[in-house]
Design a protein around this ligand. Structure first.
Ligand code: NAP
Length: 317
């Protein structure tokens, strides 16, 4: 497989890059990865993506973006990239099934993954009460009790979504004030199903076959209590999906790819966009904007390369 533009990742950054590269007749190849549509596809409702007067479901928004990119000639590949060689031209990517993709330019839009609590019981009870996706799993908690951990927009957004199903929801937050937007705070504080446990962390998730409870420690008093629950939803931020590029591209101290304001990494022809570079804004709209920039940069880069090659050929003649 060979493509002038290969995009790794299919969230708003990757799909917007694909749309722009496709409209430049470059027939980009999008490697969709583990989470087609990216994190936004696991979000219940998106109220702040411009152009949608009413909210739109995260999955539907991602699906629309993909269809729009495909309409202009984007190719999709359901695979994971397991190795990259950016020391050769064209770049060489190896998929999980051993296929080789060669790429004249590469746009990295691999996004970020939910940060884990890192407490006993979390891995053992994953998908047995521990979930990182309220949209995907909320239905299974009908009339049940759940605990959400975190105080950001994700924690509150997804808690509000979960109240459609659950009988009781406790938000455990390590401070006594929230970082979430005021509009979400107002909605959460006025929701009768939501109760807050402040200044506290979850130290353990308990249960043998399914989640039955959590150990909650108050950071001010040091007191630990057991709280009975059927589910735990950690929403404590994200870590960038950059392991593939460690040692090859410059990463910052938190593991995000270092790119300039024009999405260019230190390797010419390699661009990065979306949550994989952005630890500040992390919005679907900013990711989409960066995807657009990355595709335009790839188009200009390819045009420059072509121009240089023609010039060199003319000089030989
Ligand atoms: P976030 O804003 O980084 O919030 C993470 C939360 O988890 C914070 O409240 C943080 O506490 C807490 N936390 C972090 N590490 C923890 C730990 N080890 N143990 C316990 N708690 C911990 O992440 P996010 O909520 O996933 O949001 C990510 C981005 O997406 C943000 O830019 C957000 O605005 C955006 N987003 C927007 C919307 C929307 O606009 N509707 C919806 C979802 C997400 P502290 O507050 O004490 O640091």
């Amino acid at each position: 497989m060979h493509s002038k533009v290969v995009i790794i990742g299919s969230g708003p950054a990757g799909l917007t890059a694909a749309l722009y590269a496709a409209r430049a007749n470059l027939e980009p190849l999008v490697v969709r990865g583990l989470q087609p549509g990216g994190l936004i596809a696991t979000t219940s409702e998106v109220e702040n993506y411009p152009g949608f007067v009413e909210s739109i479901g995260g999955y539907e928004l991602a699906d629309n973006m993909e269809k729009q990119a495909v309409r202009f000639g984007t190719q999709l590949l359901d695979a994971l990239i397991e190795q990259v060689d950016l020391s050769v031209r064209p770049f060489r990517l190896t998929t999980d099934s051993g296929d080789i993709i060669s790429a004249e330019t590469l746009i990295i839009a691999t996004g970020a993954s939910p940060r884990k609590l890192g407490v006993p019981g979390e891995d053992a009870l994953a998908n047995r009460g521990v979930s990182y996706c309220a949209t995907c799993d909320g239905f299974f908690f009908r009339n049940k009790r759940v605990v959400v951990v975190g105080g950001g927009n994700s924690a509150l957004d997804e808690s509000l979504f979960l109240t459609r199903y659950v009988s009781e929801l406790v938000i455990v937050h390590r401070r006594d004030s929230l970082r979430a937007d005021p509009i979400l705070q107002e909605r959460a504080f006025s929701n009768p199903k939501i109760r807050f446990v402040w200044d506290s962390v979850v130290d353990e998730i308990q249960g043998s076959t399914n989640v039955t409870g959590v150990a909650i420690r108050n950071l001010k008093t040091g007191e630990t209590t057991t709280h009975a629950t059927d589910g735990v939803f950690p929403y404590i931020g994200h870590i960038p999906n950059t392991w593939l590029f460690a040692g090859t591209l410059d990463l910052d101290e938190n593991g995000y790819i270092v790119a300039d304001g024009r999405t260019r990494t230190q390797i010419p022809g390699v661009f990065a966009a979306g949550d994989v570079v952005d630890h500040v804004y992390r919005q679907a709209i900013t990711a989409a904007g960066e995807g657009c920039k990355a595709a335009m940069e790839a188009v200009w880069y390819l045009a420059e390369q072509e121009h240089a090659q023609k010039k060199a050929a003319a000089a030989v003649v």
